[in-house]
Design a protein around this ligand. Structure first.
Ligand code: ZN
Ligand code: ZN
Length: 391
């Protein structure tokens, strides 16, 4: 197994330090000013043509070698989360309430390390666009980049991205063709009742009771309206109403998160949720206002590109390091917007599954430095395989 890439080994120490520096200075979506500056400086130094200005803080590094016309795009996300870090690490966040709890610091540095190796060795024939994207966490940086024309300005034959994944063995590369990450929709519900004195409920329409009934009834959509073979999740994540025990509120609010791994199921959920909420509210003499917004789309990996990427991993590392047909995830990912426009593959890199492993978005989460070179090396191997030299 010829895993090591000498150039990457030479810069491993520097790249770990850089990862820690980014980790200590997390920036939220569309505010990745220092992070993108740091990325752009290095890309320029290594001879990349650098484009900035898309989606506030995006950076695109372009490198062309040979005369080939094929183009590959590789994307990394750069944003942190509004979380108070509790890792106790020497390089923990210096900014209270902001934290790299999803490992995007690692994604950024993996792609930078690959950029170094591709610029200094590893001949290929064609063009590589390294896309450093802002605001993956809920703010749809990918959608904004596409709306601002990233794939028109930098057309790609295929696009790829990876996520570090806790709960999977360190460094294993995981692939799945087809639907891989769930769609995410958010429903903002207001129940309008009729407020009044808490001692005289018969003169009111209590929106809290209406909400309680709706919340219980919503559970039956997943259990009774969607096939047990299909994944679907409805979570009422927030309920707000009233301020005092002896006052019946005028209205109540709920925020609901909806996930699916199939667009037909997604449509079905929307229809059932709206119908159920309106009917329930009406049954109690209340009314409902529903703002149903589509967040991230279903992430669908192209079958051919997934097979290609998995084969590159197997040729490089051997079959034991590659997991094929892994189970899809209920989480969502805005790389889905890129995959709506261009064939490609989103893969995972195991972040470790030991006792210390915790979920991403946990205040104790940290990207595993052991997988830095694995991720960077894969991007190098993938680029070489996608843009092969002429025989
Ligand atoms: Zn995340
Ligand atoms: Zn993430």
């Amino acid at each position: 197994m010829s895993e090591s890439i000498t150039l990457l080994q030479e810069i491993e120490h520097e790249m770990r330090e850089l990862r820690h520096r980014i980790h200590a200075n997390p920036e939220l979506g569309y505010q990745e000013v220092e992070t993108s500056q740091l990325v752009a400086e290095r890309l320029l130094k290594w001879g990349y043509q650098v484009t900035r200005g898309l989606a506030e803080t995006a950076v695109i590094g372009t490198l062309k070698k040979g005369t080939g016309t094929r183009v590959i795009g590789i994307r990394a996300d750069m944003d942190a989360l509004p979380i108070l870090e509790k890792t106790g690490l020497p390089y923990a966040s210096r900014i209270p309430g902001k934290m790299h709890a999803c490992g995007h610091d690692g994604h950024t540095v993996m792609l930078l390390a690959a950029a170094y190796a591709l610029a200094h060795d590893h001949p290929f024939d064609g063009t590589v666009h390294l896309i450093f994207q802002p605001a993956e966490e809920g703010l749809a940086g990918a959608r904004r980049m596409i709306q601002e024309g990233v794939l028109k300005q930098f057309p790609c034959d295929a696009v790829f991205a990876a996520h570090n994944m806790p709960g999977y063995p360190t460094g294993k590369l995981g692939f799945r063709a087809g639907p891989f990450m769930a769609s995410a929709d958010q429903v903002n519900v207001t129940i309008h009742g009729k407020g009044g004195h808490g001692a005289m409920p018969h003169l009111t329409v209590d929106p809290v009771v209406v909400c309680a009934s709706i919340i219980m009834a919503l559970q039956t959509i997943v259990s009774r309206n969607v096939s047990p073979q299909e994944m679907s999740v409805i979570t009422v994540g927030a309920v707000n109403a009233g301020k005092a025990s002896n006052v019946i509120a005028d209205s109540a609010h709920m925020l609901i998160s909806v996930r699916a791994l199939d667009n037909t199921v997604r449509d079905r959920l929307e229809h059932q949720i709206k119908q159920l909420i309106h009917a329930q509210a009406q049954a109690f003499g209340a009314s409902a206002e529903i703002d149903y917004s589509a967040d991230y789309p279903l992430l669908i990996n192209d079958a051919h590109m997934t097979r290609f990427a998995s084969q590159v991993a197997t040729d490089w590392l051997g079959p034991d390091e590659v997991l094929n047909d892994i189970a899809p995830f209920n989480g969502s990912e805005d790389f889905a917007y890129f995959l709506q426009q261009c064939p490609g593959c989103y893969l995972i890199i195991g972040n470790g599954d030991g006792e210390k492993s915790c979920m991403a978005h946990d205040p104790r989460y940290d990207f595993n430095d052991e997988i830095l070179l694995r991720g960077a090396g894969f991007w190098v191997k993938l680029t070489e395989a996608f843009l092969p030299l002429k025989p």
